[in-house]
Ligand binder design. Structure first.
Ligand code: NAI
Length: 257
């Protein structure tokens, strides 16, 4: 590679929700830069298919692994299995998340709140802690990339649990960054705006969806999962060695209004 500071050869990256949407864009980018990628989520067949495609396209080693990020047992199994298979973990991408139910606060149940916060905030804490311990033990530093959202900075009405979780992820990123400076682990967050993924393609093709794009996004279009690649590679690579605790917005200008 002509840009050695972006080279991820020999690195092992764990990407939650790495087979679909934004996570898939990030997995593709890290594999393009030479990292072995471990894709984890709950649907093993989807993970296997994505891993096979990435391996065929890039030649890197891939590993599909089941993970429910709300389960401490499954988190521990994942970390043990990755270390057994590769010997080390260098990069963690906390991408898995759910939008949660769109309801006003007065109509939300305790379960609505817990379902979103358990995945979008608590899960990131638990997996980062488990992988962080492993990185500290390895003693070779590391990179953690947390996928938050512009919803962690601006408000989406009827999405209180989501916005609170994503705001929490941004704060957690900064605390982790400072606590782990001494271990040479850099921790940063990506805050995407509206990105076209299989979950929302249908909605944004409707008249209401098109109006939302026109009203909110100065570039007048959705972001694409491939547009996550460059930033993810930067944050995972030596190029970002002086950057930690940052929350980087990638939203077609939406938050400039
Ligand atoms: P997606 O639905 O394609 O990806 C979410 C992934 O998380 C899926 O692979 C799903 O299997 C996984 N997941 C959900 N719950 C899980 C659990 N309990 N354990 C393990 N994996 C689980 O959707 P998308 O849009 O690609 O979302 C990825 C991340 O980007 C999420 O954190 C989301 O909040 C964030 N985001 C998305 C935006 C968008 O416009 N698409 C905007 C801003 C942030």
């Amino acid at each position: 590679m002509k840009l050695p500071y972006f080279d991820l050869s020999g690195k092992v990256a764990v990407i939650t929700g790495g087979a679909t949407g934004i996570g898939r864009g990030i997995s593709d980018g890290l594999a393009d830069a030479g990292a072995s990628v471990v894709l984890c989520a709950r649907r093993i067949n989807v993970l296997e298919e994505a891993c096979a495609e990435i391996a065929q396209k890039t030649g890197v080693k891939t590993l599909p692994h089941r993970l429910d990020i709300t389960s401490t047992d499954e988190i521990n199994t994942l970390v043990n299995d990755v270390v057994k298979e590769f010997g080390h973990i260098d990069i963690l991408v906390n991408n898995a998340g759910v939008g949660g139910s769109e309801k006003p606060i007065l109509e939300m149940s305790e379960e609505d709140w817990d379902n979103t916060v358990n995945t979008d905030l608590r899960g990131i804490f638990l997996l980062s802690q488990a992988v962080g311990k492993e990185m500290v033990k390895q003693g070779t530093g590391g990179k953690v990339i947390n996928v938050a959202s512009i919803g962690g900075e601006i408000i989406f009405p009827n999405m209180s649990a989501y916005c609170a979780s994503k705001g929490g992820v941004i704060q957690l990123t900064k605390v982790m960054a400072l606590e782990w400076i001494r271990y040479n682990i850099q921790v940063n967050a990506i805050l995407p705006g509206y990105i076209e993924t299989p979950m929302n393609t249908h909605f944004f093709a409707t008249d209401v969806g098109k109006k939302i794009i026109k009203k909110n996004i100065p570039m007048n279009r959705l972001g694409q999962q491939d547009e996550m690649k460059g930033l993810a590679v930067y944050l995972a690579s030596p190029a970002s060695s002086f950057m930690t605790g940052s929350a980087i917005i990638i939203d077609g200008g939406q938050t400039c209004w």
